[in-house]
Design a binder for this molecule. Structure first.
Ligand SMILES: C[S@@+](CC[C@H](N)C(=O)[O-])C[C@H]1O[C@@H](n2cnc3c(N)ncnc32)[C@H](O)[C@@H]1O
Length: 341
């Protein structure tokens, strides 16, 4: 136990308001993550380990590093700003995910959306889904299982693309080995069907793996999203809630551009396009509401920027994005708010 003056522990470095502001701005312009002043203590706690790893004495030095002015110790430059920004984002983002998350929405996707998309994409016999902000991959494999189980899609070319800003999460997703918490709401049948049990965990089956592709993508760098090609559906669940409003708009613009006309956008249950975008229609399903990119001609594009970007980018081989599919479900203009489960 500490006693007397000489044995006092050195004080841990604190994150002052000015350093917090610089850090918050750097993080938000890099990836859109919104950090409020109330989160200063949490940010300080989560980043303290970075100071230890980098051998820094204060958050002032850390912030200087992010500003591309890294401290020098004994002739050695400590860290570099681009790498450190990625590390900071890794520490500050939430990666929580699991298989079959928000089951009511997945049921709506399976029972109503897949049949609609299958009709729309019938001339292509190819269906592509993008899980944007896929974390460690559970959402990607869940979607892949639904596509492989859909009778409408037997013999089709199927693809599920998972992207995230976190390289660590993507490495986990590619490994495809999961512990018990990933299965917290999973019916045993799903686990039996799509996994092999090993001491190291449950390993994803090759059949699922074959149609899943993972890639590193910061959603605020739309020019890099061309690798995704055009898609029939985007799942972006539990990502927008962490982003500031301008970043949300940019991300939604990107989804609009990557979706085929008639393609759908599925958000998390607490997320909506209210005050974000009016470019999507709302599809009223039996148990859920999802957004849909209007068919060509039924709505305008929301901005000229989108038109410009859309004309620049190319899709994957086989991209026939000019197809205009036929609609099948009750479509109304989006009021911007989805129903809670
Ligand atoms: C809470 S997880 C959601 C995982 C999954 N979609 C789900 O609902 O279960 C949020 C993920 O979004 C990712 N993310 C946050 N900002 C991002 C950005 N600008 N670009 C790409 N991914 C981002 C995080 O790294 C994190 O893995």
């Amino acid at each position: 136990m500490a006693s007397g003056r000489g044995s006092r522990e050195p004080e841990e470095p604190g994150l002052g308001p000015e350093d917090f502001r610089v850090l918050r701005d750097a993080v938000s312009s890099h990836c859109g993550l919104e950090l409020s002043i109330e989160q200063r203590g949490t940010v300080e706690r989560r980043l303290r380990e970075r100071l230890v790893i980098l051998g820094l004495d204060s958050f002032g030095e850390y912030v200087r590093m992010l500003r591309d002015d890294p401290p020098v110790r004994g002739g050695r430059v400590l860290g570099d700003s681009a790498t450190e920004l990625d590390e900071a984002v890794e520490c500050l983002t939430t990666h929580e995910t699991y298989f079959n998350r928000e089951a009511y929405q997945l049921r709506a996707f399976r029972e109503e959306v897949i049949p609609m998309l299958a009709k729309q994409a019938a001339p292509r016999r190819r269906l592509a889904v993008w899980s944007a902000g896929c974390s460690t991959g559970e959402e990607v494999y869940t979607i892949a299982a639904m596509l492989l189980e859909a009778p409408e899609l037997v013999g089709w070319d199927l693809l599920v693309y998972g992207s995230d800003i976190s390289r660590r999460c993507l490495a986990h997703a590619r490994r495809g080995v999961y512990g018990p918490s990933a299965f917290r709401t999973t019916p045993p049948e799903f686990r039996r069907r799509w996994f092999t049990e090993r001491d190291s965990g449950a390993i994803i089956s090759d059949r699922l793996r074959q149609i899943c592709h993972f890639g590193h993508l910061n959603l605020l760098e739309p020019e890099r999203a061309t690798a995704v090609g055009r898609v029939d559906a985007v799942f972006c669940r539990n990502v927008l809630i962490y982003l500031e409003s301008r970043a949300r708009r940019r991300v939604i613009d990107l989804f609009h551009e990557r979706l085929y006309p008639g393609g759908v956008l599925l958000l998390g249950h607490s997320e909506s396009l209210l005050n974000v975008s009016t470019a999507f229609e709302l599809l009223h399903l039996r148990d859920d509401l999802v957004y849909r990119r209007p068919l060509l001609g039924s709505f305008g594009y929301p901005s000229s920027r989108k038109m410009r970007v859309a004309s620049k980018v190319g899709g994957l081989p086989g991209d026939d994005s000019t197809d205009e599919p036929s609609g099948a479900i009750d479509v109304r203009k989006a009021p911007g708010k989805k129903s809670e489960p």
